[in-house]
Write a protein that binds this ligand. Structure first.
Ligand code: CAA
Length: 380
């Protein structure tokens, strides 16, 4: 695990070539124009990059989360927005793989794994963010159907996705009253509200999703009634690994760019990398990134090998996204005045990093998950 296999190194190299050729030229423009290219996800899908960990039986590469992390890190070095898209499209895949019926898998997984379909995960609501179990979207049984009503907030791919996994209340208060549903993007009664104008991650659309009497056949419920919260949390455990990998890629891009700059930039007739104030900053960035990468890879390895990984995924997400925030901030500092203007990508990296400390569970929630894990261990 400390050295990637030859296959993984070859995968990283192929993804890097693809991203440099196909995504890098668009990254700045898409950030500035808040433009999302669904066809780029399709193109990545054709390369196998969208269904890395999904079974070959359903058109995926049938590899593990460690390979998925390798892929995401490379995409994020070029555009964290598109890496997040690939990570979020992984959520329905991991959900359907674990909880879906054969019919649900046959219907959706091949399209998701190939990038033909875009996926979305609809948990958060205006009044239910960190306290996900308090969600108020309802799903009321009506014969062979459920009728869904409610509003979902901050939904990546809202309005673009072909399939939404929607968490809705079928029972009483709390986590045990929640069920998960497949809602196709063209479902009657599904509409889209405000597209958020964000500080960063601007090529990734974040949109309000409105469900008004959306009728879903009971066969499109994912898992039993009442296990929707577990479905969501299980997906987020895996999702936090992918967000961690994305953050590592973003932080590495910041280090690569700022260290090259620090070598070339001369002040007082010396490369600024030779000043300890700058060189030590780069050294700390490198150490933080490598530590975070090891945690992300460990979480992925645990998942791939069937071990409990929830708490390691929380540590990985926490460490990697905090590292991305500090590394990108320091990268701006290394570039000085040049770092603060859009001619160089580091200001975009810094804006993109901030949201990573918030999505898929704020870093305060990761700490809460970890504190509970420690407490459970003590009470055993
Ligand atoms: N895996 C499986 N089951 C889990 C679980 C996990 N990781 N965590 C909790 N559960 C189960 C528990 O075992 C418990 O089950 P029982 O009722 O059978 O005992 C049930 O879920 C309730 O657990 P808790 O009592 O721990 O639940 P809680 O209400 O205290 O909440 C929480 C726990 C960790 C705070 C959770 O609410 C949470 O993770 N909140 C953050 C939400 C979040 O990450 N949102 C991100 C939105 S998605 C996003 O950002 C996507 C995007 O588009 C980028």
């Amino acid at each position: 695990m400390f050295v990637l296999s030859e296959e993984q190194q070859a995968l990283a190299s192929a993804v890097r070539d693809f991203c440099v050729a196909e995504i890098a030229p668009l990254a700045r423009e898409d950030d500035e124009k808040e433009h999302f290219r669904k066809d780029l996800i399709h193109a990545m899908g054709e390369q196998g990059l969208v269904g890395v960990a999904t079974s070959e039986d359903y058109g995926g590469l049938g590899l593990g989360y460690l390979d998925y992390c390798v892929v995401l890190e490379e995409i994020a070095k070029v555009s964290s927005s598109y890496a997040v898209s690939v990570a979020v499209t992984g959520l329905p895949q991991v959900i359907l793989t674990k909880f879906g019926t054969d019919a649900q898998k046959d219907r959706w997984l091949p399209g998701l794994a190939s990038g033909e379909y875009l996926g979305a995960f609809a948990l958060s609501e205006p009044d239910s963010g960190s306290d996900a179990a308090s969600l108020s979207t309802t799903a009321v049984r009506d014969g062979d159907d459920y009728v869904l009503n409610g509003t979902k907030f901050w939904i990546t791919h809202g309005g673009y996705a072909d399939i939404y996994i929607v968490m809705a209340r079928t029972g009483g208060k709390g986590s045990r009253g929640i069920s998960a549903f497949i809602v196709p993007g063209d479902a009657k009664g599904l509409s889209f509200g405000r597209k958020e104008e964000k500080m960063g991650m601007r090529a990734s659309p974040t949109v309000e999703v409105i469900l008004e009497d959306v009728r879903v056949p009971a066969t499109d419920r994912v898992g039993d009634e009442g296990i929707g919260f577990t479905v969501a949390m299980t997906a987020l455990d895996s999702g936090r690994i992918t967000i961690g990998a994305t953050a590592v890629g973003l932080a590495q891009a910041a280090l690569d760019y700022s260290s090259r700059y620090a070598l070339e930039r001369k002040q007082f007739e010396t490369s600024i990398i030779d000043f300890q104030g700058v060189g030590f900053m780069l050294a700390d960035m490198m150490t933080g990134i490598e530590s975070a990468r090891l945690l992300v890879h460990k979480a992925a390895w645990l998942k791939d090998n069937g071990h409990p990984f929830s708490h390691v995924a929380a540590m990985a997400k926490l460490a990697a996204t905090d590292t991305a925030m500090s590394a990108t901030t320091d990268a701006v500092q290394v570039l000085g005045g040049y770092g603060y203007v859009r001619e160089h990508p580091v200001e975009r990296y810094m804006r993109d990093a901030k949201v990573m400390q918030i999505v898929e569970g704020t870093n305060q929630i990761q700490r809460l998950v970890l504190a509970r894990h420690i407490k459970r261990g003590l009470l055993k």
